[in-house]
Each structure stands twice: as structure tokens, then as C-alpha cells.
Design a protein around this ligand. Structure first.
Ligand SMILES: Nc1nc2c(c(=O)[nH]1)N[C@H]1C(S)=C(S)[C@@H](COP(=O)(O)OP(=O)(O)OC[C@H]3O[C@@H](n4cnc5c(N)ncnc54)[C@H](O)[C@@H]3O)O[C@H]1N2
Ligand code: MOO
Length: 406
């Protein structure tokens, strides 16, 4: 009976799921297509950035010993033009990014000088190094630029380009098959018959998985039939690294997923002490025609259970397959609860909106926390964690898992 089946802790379930996950192979791709991918190699800088000392301001380059004098302007240096050496007692007109001429060691902003008939009158006491961006200040040649496991987003892509790099080794994207179970499930675009509902889990999970770095395979709908469930799960395992189902993992008579996984492969774990998402199931499906096996994650059908299960289980699983620690771990923060809540034997993951105010961070819980109420996820920035049999009173600190991308 289901109720005699012990509930596993979230930690035990995560540990079991991640115990023997090996990172996927690496592949070389163009940097232009590398956004949202995970670096599979450590990249070493082959260039200093910036490659030469240059001016941080539009102004005049000089030697600091010439401070407070009036100097003739003997050259004009724009970004991209090589400078000539500068003699003592001269200054150079220079613009932001322009290379410092030898003989100069500081730059005075143009707003700080006075133009006179005999030259540029300089302010007193200009320090050496003033307004100069030193060669290698950002990146020193030979130093690690980016480490393996780096999630590639805007700044990292800029860093690679700054080295003139056009291709990088990244992890292959995990292929995820998404199977929606249930006779009542209909795809948007089709007419809705009595008793049917539209499939909201598929696009929601597809979006989450894409953001977590996966390649989502074409949609599969699974009827409430044991034979078809087995066939479609087996078929999915042939091409997918991860097979995710929604629905059909509870104790209803039409819940065929767990049995099918057990028959085809191995059901590692079922029922977790979490709310929502209690009937979540984990396992593996061996491939018949290909080598290896696919990971199986069975998410409960209620849309909120699917959403929360996606963040708490699919994200770490993809993080392990992609060997990306920052993807694997959800960042946690402590906020003040703008609500009171109590948890039973299951840890409660409440959908909250975070308000960043002068007094700190407040967590506002959505009013209806039922696992069928997807509205609770729309504005959710975080999951507030109420420990098993724990309680949080209004105004007290509460740990929150931030629903943020790496
Ligand atoms: N007697 C018991 N009944 C239930 C238990 C239990 O312990 N004993 N657990 C409840 C909990 S908690 C959950 S969560 C659900 C999960 O059940 P399943 O995973 O078997 O999911 P289904 O029954 O197939 O569906 C649940 C619910 O979600 C709707 N659904 C399913 N797929 C989709 C979809 N793709 N898009 C939108 N909505 C979907 C489905 O129509 C159901 O309303 O079981 C409880 N029952
Ligand atoms: O575990 Mo369920 O998602 O609470 O309704």
C-alpha cells in the first residue's frame, strides 16, 4: 500500500539520483552558438587584456613630473592609432582607449586643463598611473580565463571574444524526452471534450529544461494504458539521456508509469517527503538497441508538482550531466516571511515573491499553495522552505531557494 511505502528525504532522493551520473561527452562548437552551453575545458588566456597601456579618459597624456606646467601638444592619439614616443615637456592629445605613448605615465581629463596660446595648462600634482588602464589589468596572458564547468552567458562570451577565440569545447546538450501521461490530456490547438484538460505541463517543462541547457525532444502523449506506457517509455529511452514523465506516478488505477519503469529497467526510488511532489519517482531505463541507459524522472501530474520537481530535481540532474556546479545547486538566501506557515511530515516548498527593500528581503507567499494552482508559480521568484514538521511565523527568517539561472 502506498501509505506504508516510506517517504524518502529530499536529500536522500537527490543523492540517489546523482550518485553515478557521468558527465556527457564534449563537442567543439562556434562561440556564436555557445550561449547557454557549459564549457568542457579550461581556457587559458593567450593575450593580455587590454593588450597595451591605454587611456581611460579623453584628455592629455604626459609624464607626471610635468604636472602644473603649460605644455605644447605634439601628437594626437585616437584609439587604434599607434603613438610616437613622448618627450619630457610635451603632452599628447589622447582619447579613451588610445595607446599610451612611451614617456607618458598619466592622463589628465580634458575638463581639468586650460587651453592657452602656449599650450595646455595642467593642474598640480597628477599622480603616475592616473587614468591609465594598465596592460593585462583585466586578463593576464597565461592565466586561466574561464574554467571547465562555466555556464556561458553574456560576460563569458565577451571574454572569449576578447581573446580572439572562435570555437570552444562544450558539453553535449542532454537530450530530454518529455512524456505527458493521461487520457484527459489534450494539446492546445485541439478541441476540448468533456472531462479533458489542456497540457500545461509540457510547455512549462520544455521551457524550464531548455533554460537548464537541455535539448527537448518532440512531444509524446501517453494514454492510460499499461502496454502503451511501456512501449513509449522504452522507445524514448533509446534516444534520450533523460526520460521525464508527468502524471501517472500516484496510486490511481490508471497510474502505470512506475510499473512500466520497473518492468523495463529499475525504479530506484518513489515517494519523497516534499510538498508538492510527493509521488515523484526516480529510476533508469536501459536501451535495447543502443548502449547505456536513460535516467528516468517521473514527476507528479499536478502542474505545481511538475514545476517544483523541475527546479528541485531536473536542474541538478542536468547540472551533473553538464558537469556545471552552478546549475546543479539552487542558490539559497534568507528572507523574512510575510506569512505564517506550518509543515506536516513533508517539507513544504512554498512559492514566494521576493521583495528587496531597505529593511532586507521579504518573502510573500501566494495565497493558494495547492499543487494544482499554477497561478502560484507565475510571480514566484523563490521556493520558501518550511522544514518537515517545522513552523515559520510572520516576520521570522525563512530559507528560500532562488529560482534563478546561473
Ligand atoms: N489516494 C491518493 N491519491 C493521491 C495521492 C496519494 O498519495 N493517495 N497523491 C496525490 C498527490 S500528492 C499528487 S501530486 C497527485 C499526483 O498524481 P499523478 O502523478 O499520478 O498524476 P495524475 O493523477 O496523472 O494527475 C494529477 C493531476 O494533474 C493533472 N495533470 C496531469 N498531467 C497534466 C498535464 N500535462 N497538464 C496539466 N495537468 C495535468 C491531472 O489531470 C490531475 O488533475 O496524486 C494525488 N492523489
Ligand atoms: O505531492 Mo502533491 O504535488 O502535493 O499534490
Amino acid at each position: 500500500m502506498a501509505d506504508s511505502h516510506p517517504l524518502q528525504s529530499v536529500e536522500a532522493a537527490l543523492a540517489a539520483m546523482l550518485a553515478d551520473v557521468a558527465p556527457l561527452k564534449a563537442e567543439r562548437i562556434e562561440c556564436d552558438r555557445a550561449a547557454g552551453r557549459v564549457l568542457a575545458e579550461t581556457v587559458t588566456a593567450t593575450l593580455d587584456v587590454p593588450p597595451f597601456d591605454n587611456s581611460a579618459m579623453d584628455g592629455y597624456a604626459l609624464h607626471h613630473a610635468d604636472s602644473s606646467r603649460t605644455l605644447p601638444v605634439t601628437q594626437r592619439i585616437t584609439a587604434g592609432t599607434p603613438p610616437a614616443p613622448l618627450k619630457r615637456g610635451e603632452c599628447a592629445r589622447i582619447f579613451t582607449g588610445g595607446e599610451m605613448p612611451s614617456g607618458a605615465d598619466c592622463v589628465v581629463m580634458q575638463e581639468a586643463v586650460t587651453l592657452t596660446d602656449s599650450g595646455i595648462r595642467l593642474p598640480a600634482a597628477i599622480a603616475a598611473g592616473n587614468n591609465v588602464r594598465r596592460r593585462g589589468r583585466d586578463v593576464a596572458m597565461g592565466s586561466p580565463l574561464l574554467s571547465a564547468g562555466q555556464w556561458l552567458e553574456a560576460a563569458a562570451l565577451g571574454h572569449l571574444a576578447g581573446q580572439g577565440i572562435t570555437e570552444v569545447m562544450v558539453r553535449r546538450r542532454p537530450r530530454v524526452a518529455l512524456l505527458s501521461t493521461g487520457d484527459e490530456i489534450v494539446s492546445p490547438g485541439q478541441p476540448l471534450e468533456p472531462g479533458q484538460i489542456y497540457n500545461s505541463n509540457r510547455p512549462m517543462l520544455a521551457r524550464l529544461l531548455t533554460r537548464f541547457g537541455a535539448e527537448v525532444l518532440p512531444p509524446v502523449t501517453v494514454p492510460d494504458n499499461a502496454g502503451e506506457t511501456r512501449r513509449l517509455l522504452g522507445e524514448a529511452a533509446e534516444t534520450a539521456d533523460v526520460v521525464v514523465t508527468t502524471g501517472g506516478v500516484s496510486v490511481g488505477e490508471a497510474d502505470h508509469v512506475k510499473a512500466a519503469v520497473g518492468e523495463l529497467g529499475q525504479l530506484d526510488l518513489w515517494r519523497i517527503a516534499m510538498r508538492p511532489g510527493k509521488p515523484l519517482a526516480l529510476g533508469r531505463l536501459p536501451r535495447v538497441h543502443q548502449t547505456g541507459e536513460a535516467r528516468f524522472v517521473g514527476l507528479p501530474g499536478n502542474p505545481v508538482s511538475t514545476f517544483v520537481g523541475g527546479w528541485l530535481f531536473l536542474r541538478p540532474l542536468l547540472g551533473a550531466l553538464l558537469d556545471c556546479p552552478k546549475l546543479a545547486e539552487l542558490p539559497a538566501l534568507t528572507a523574512r516571511a510575510a506569512f505564517a506557515a506550518e509543515a506536516g511530515p513533508r517539507r513544504h516548498f512554498m512559492r514566494v515573491r521576493l521583495e528587496f527593500g531597505s529593511e532586507g528581503i521579504m518573502a510573500h507567499a501566494f495565497g493558494d499553495q495547492n499543487s494544482a494552482v499554477l497561478t502560484s508559480c507565475i510571480e514566484a521568484d523563490a521556493l520558501a522552505v518550511i522544514p518537515e514538521r517545522g513552523r515559520v511565523n510572520e516576520g521570522e527568517p525563512v530559507r528560500c531557494l532562488w529560482l534563478q539561472m546561473p
